[in-house]
Ligand binder design. Structure first.
Ligand code: PLP
Length: 456
């Protein structure tokens, strides 16, 4: 824990309801807030003047790095010229129109339109509604269930909290169970029998999905949602062949595929989209974090032409599609998005994510090799995870109450590097800004090794 308490601390303690908070500990002053003040590249500085290397890019989102003047200026220019006008039919502003074209130019083949929201959660709400609308228009009112995966993260609103397959996000909230179902997480390290190869495990996951579809009745299942690589649920890349097998099950039963690319969209895996990286052919794609590098809140659903044609048919029959927010397609956020996508191209960040990501993961694997408590180093692109175990040889997991992952993250922070203990399991997550240099990667690697040694 890091304390830079100042005159704001009483207000923070008594009035600010933080997202994802331990309310009691915060209210009692046991969890002081580290208040951040400035950022530059991969570095962030708090109000006491202490600087850390942010190896988690905020929350997997500040992909271009902090302090980019180009984006700040684009936001200011838009705010001065026209801070807001709505985009309900017959109205709009320039920036979201331009941005939709830029996104479709970069999107996987077959994509046609972008619906803009403000958060990954609301974009996934839009996905659920579009999926239901689609099946209603096609005269299939029973085809409504959505299959998600244990350990998937898709948001924390009412429906998307339910989609999220982490119990922590369900506890005591009475989120709707139906029409959401969860299937096996493709988590080879934790779930697979050691005698089973990766490809065979991928087949088992696809078989379980098919069994679930058959048990529920294929005519009742509308869509499957998944992150190309599990993110908050452990940074777990799919086992070999997983997406191909899943895709063929879904096609067999005419079930839509929603690729949740909130983390992977716009470069994190070293390709523009994770779908491209793993050969996924989605019907809908969720985007958010990397779209503006979180300089302004913006999300989107990229809609395939297949879905769009049905929406057109539905709207011709039923009238206006009654879905939208006051701030959908907000021009200031869209201006940030345009500048951000331009910067990703200008700085060559996608190639850098691929190269520096490979370097970071290889060096981390090498430096941590042989340590009894490091079960696995894994990841893809600029996403890496270190999973801790009691004993690597027999894959014995720690008692979760020991919070070993959090201890390592705290030790890393003391050394000046921000990583993140992922919420389920003893996993240290690393997802630095895509502008990370090899020198900065070395700082992360050295300090991770030192933090691990200080805990075990
Ligand atoms: N989908 C994925 C894959 C995410 O990682 C997240 C957030 O971490 C979300 C959706 C939800 O996005 P938000 O927090 O903006 O609502």
């Amino acid at each position: 824990m890091f304390d830079n308490s100042n005159e704001l601390s009483p207000w923070d303690r008594d009035h600010f309801f933080h997202p994802a908070t331990y309310a009691g500990a915060h209210a009692r002053g046991e969890m002081p807030t580290r208040v951040m003040a400035r950022g530059d590249g991969v570095y962030i500085t708090d109000t006491s003047g202490r600087t850390s290397l942010d190896a988690f890019a905020g929350l997997f989102c500040v992909n271009v790095g902090y302090g980019r003047q180009k984006i700040a200026e684009a936001i200011a220019k838009q705010a001065k010229e026209l801070a807001y006008y709505h985009a309900y039919i017959g109205n709009g502003t320039e920036a979201p129109i331009r941005l939709s074209k830029m996104i479709i130019d970069r999107a996987p083949r077959g994509m046609s339109r972008v619906y803009f929201g403000l958060s990954g959660s609301d974009a996934n709400e839009t996905n659920i509604k579009l999926t239901w609308y689609y099946n209603n228009v096609l005269g299939r009112p029973e085809k409504k269930k959505i299959i998600s995966r244990w350990r998937g993260y898709h948001g924390s609103s009412v429906m998307t909290g339910s989609l999220t397959g982490l119990e922590l996000y369900h506890n005591a909230f009475d989120l709707p169970r139906a029409p959401i179902l969860h299937t096996e997480a493709p988590y080879y390290f934790r779930r697979a029998d050691r005698t089973v190869g990766e490809e065979q495990f991928a087949q088992e996951c696809a078989d379980k999905l098919e069994d679930m579809i058959l048990a529920e009745g294929p005519d009742t299942v509308a869509a499957f949602i998944g992150e190309p690589i599990l993110g908050a649920g452990g940074i777990v890349p799919p086992p070999t062949g997983y997406w191909k097998k899943v895709q063929s099950v879904l096609e067999k039963y005419d079930i839509l595929l929603i690729a949740d690319e909130v983390i992977t969209g716009f470069g994190r895996l070293g390709t523009m989209f994770g779908s491209e990286h793993y050969g996924i052919r989605p019907d809908l794609i969720t985007i958010s974090k990397g779209l503006t590098s979180a300089y302004a809140p913006l999300s989107g659903v990229i809609v395939s032409d297949k879905i769009w044609q049905v929406l057109v048919q539905g709207s011709d029959q039923l009238g206006m599609i009654g879905h939208g927010w006051t701030c959908s397609a907000h021009p200031i956020c869209a201006a940030a998005g345009i500048a951000n996508l331009e910067l990703i191209d200008e700085m060559g960040l996608i190639a850098n994510a691929r190269d520096t990501g490979a370097y970071l993961r290889a060096a981390l694997t090498e430096v941590l090799a042989g340590r009894r408590n490091v079960g696995e180093v894994r990841g893809d692109g600029l996403m890496a995870a270190v999973e801790f175990v009691e004993d690597k040889d027999d894959r014995a997991f720690f008692d979760p109450t020991k919070k070993v992952g959090q201890q390592v993250a705290a030790a890393l922070l003391e050394r000046g590097v921000i990583g993140r203990a992922l919420p389920q399991g003893d996993i240290l997550g690393l997802a630095p800004p895509l502008c990370l240099t090899r020198g900065e990667a070395d700082i992360i690697i050295e300090n991770t090794a030192s933090a691990v040694d200080s805990v075990f």
